[in-house]
Design a protein around this ligand. Structure first.
Ligand code: XMP
Length: 516
């Protein structure tokens, strides 16, 4: 296993992710915990020093344990990790002046005739490799035994190595997307350390199960299950780890898709044998939403009621000391970068904000290190059906924000049916996996139509389908005219109360993905 000593960089988890992609098992430990004794006991096959915000020049700034250098294993230092390594091994670091600080894209060129080494190790042979820099301080003198292999305009020591000791140190961040060839550097580093790439999600699952058992002991755990991928994977993992010490609470707020509540409850009770409280609170939510048309008031009403309801059911679970949440790594980054500001960890309503403190619950967050695609891989490993893992995102406030204006039970029922027909069409045409998110919305108006021999005055439905990478920007999905026209016919014929169908062609920006 590989040990990452974390000096507090925002992108340390990306190092772990790159290593997982190479099927290498690693653990991240904050520098405060990485004592000499710890490192010896850990017995890593290789060590990485992460970047970090501090300055090596500052009295009392973080240091790796001395033992790290004495283990006889390869070490890779990144950014702050490079500087601390040079400092510890007899080089010199200078505080950043504006002229030498580098932030953003830079190009590394091989030093002198070193490109033979670099071409195999990191560079692609073009002689100029794009990297991502983010440093104030810089190395002014490298440590004895080290050589310079690559330089950039702001970092004369961009790539340094003491090949005889297998110590490598780079000023840039090979783990980020903007260092396109960074994965090659990690690949060569782990190969050199003797990793064979035999670790996988199955192993991760076993490790997480052990960790959960160690954290929870014989205590009771509550988990809010929404039926989304994150909370589902969390629940199943917890269930594997602690069985009936886990109780899940599924809240039906009446704003779910057609048959969704029944399907989720059935799957988790029957296929997974999970202890599940299915809270039918449709009336509570829909009554509270009566007459409400402002989108923000809708969201707040749903969010607040959700917490109240969750607490009511959680209170019934005797002796619960833990709350399990499907927090992912991107949610963690978000909360760190906004630290000091209001809490932004509440990404959706099922992450029950404020509740852990209110109820004195400790958090169990087994997905905290993972990215969405890794959670899907883990879900697959846990046997969740592929159709379930690949489901489009569904917002916490559910259909409430797909029913602009006032919500009525009648409109909700029409919307659920129209949405089900639309999604069925998309699946039948094999388009579901090409689309980031697709749904129907019901518009707050009626229009005149003609059906059979009579005039109708019915609701209009808008269909939406977008492609996106992360939901931040989105393009309209280019359905064929035939597809749209067939879908229109099916919706009008199969859903009573609809006489007109629109296709929303707005991208994001200027639109949002949801209607409200
Ligand atoms: P927008 O509409 O903001 O949507 O372009 C971007 C992504 O976020 C989802 N979304 C929400 N998710 N609570 C949620 O849990 C919300 O209030 C909410 N609003 C939007 C939306 O479905 C899309 O995936």
């Amino acid at each position: 296993r590989l040990l990452i000593i974390d000096f507090g960089s925002q992108v340390t988890q990306l190092i772990a992710r790159r290593l997982r992609e190479l099927s290498v098992y690693c653990e991240i430990h904050p520098y405060q915990n990485a004592t000499d004794a710890f490192v010896k006991e850990f017995a890593p096959k290789a060590i990485i020093f992460s970047g970090g915000p501090d300055s090596v020049m500052r009295e009392g700034s973080p240091r790796p344990p001395k033992a790290a250098y004495e283990m006889g294993v390869p070490i890779l230092g990144i950014c702050y990790g490079q500087q601390v390594m040079m400092h510890d091994l007899g080089g010199r670091v200078e505080a950043g002046e504006h002229a030498t600080a580098e932030f953003g894209r830079a190009y590394v060129t091989p030093k002198d005739d070193r490109d033979a080494f670099l071409n195999g190790w990191f560079m692609d042979g073009t002689g100029k490799e794009q990297v991502w820099m983010s440093h104030g301080d810089h190395v002014a003198e490298i440590a004895p035994g080290f050589e310079v292999y690559g330089t950039s305009p702001g970092a004369p020591f961009a790539i340094t190595a003491d090949v005889s000791r297998n110590f490598y140190a780079v000023q840039f961040h090979p783990e980020v997307h903007h260092t396109p060839n960074g994965a090659t550097l990690y690949e060569n580093f782990v190969k050199l350390a003797g990793f064979t790439g035999d670790w996988n999600m199955g192993a991760y699952r076993e490790e997480m199960i052990e960790k959960i058992r160690a954290q929870v002991g014989d205590k009771q755990v509550i988990c809010g299950l929404s039926g989304g991928v994150d909370s589902s994977v969390t629940a199943i993992l917890l269930h594997e780890a602690i069985g009936d010490q886990l109780t899940c609470v599924f809240v039906d707020h009446g704003l779910l898709r057609l048959n969704e509540a029944e399907e989720v409850v059935k799957m988790f009770r029957e296929s997974y044998n999970l202890k599940l409280i299915a809270a039918d609170e449709k009336d509570l939510f829909l009554n509270a939403l009566e007459g409400v048309s402002d989108p923000e008031v809708k969201r707040k009403t749903i969010g607040k009621l959700f917490i109240d309801v969750f607490q009511k059911y959680a209170d019934q679970i005797e002796g619960a000391q833990f709350l399990a949440q499907g927090t992912l790594y991107p949610d963690v980054i978000e909360s760190v970068s906004f630290s000091g500001g209001p809490s932004v960890t509440i990404k959706s309503h099922h992450n029950v904000g404020g509740l852990p403190e209110k109820m004195g619950l400790k958090l169990v967050e087994p997905l905290r290190e993972l990215f969405k695609d890794e959670v899907r891989a883990l879900g697959h490993e846990l046997g969740l059906p592929a159709s379930f893992i690949g489901r489009h995102p569904f917002p916490g406030p559910g259909l409430a924000i797909r029913c602009p204006g006032e919500i009525t039970r009648e409109k909700l029922a029409i919307l659920q049916k129209a949405d089900a027909v639309y999604i069925d069409q998309i699946r039948k045409h094999g388009l579901y996996d090409d689309i980031w998110q697709a749904f129907a919305a019901i518009l707050p108006m009626k229009t005149v139509g003609v059906m059979g021999d009579g005039r109708t005055y019915d609701f209009a439905v808008a269909l939406r389908a977008v492609t996106s990478v992360d939901g931040m920007t989105a393009d309209t999905y280019p359905f064929s005219h035939d597809f749209l026209s067939e879908t229109m016919t099916r919706i009008i014929n199969e859903v009573k109360g609809v006489n007109r169908v629109f296709y929303d062609v707005t991208s994001k920006p200027p639109g949002t993905i949801e209607m409200e």
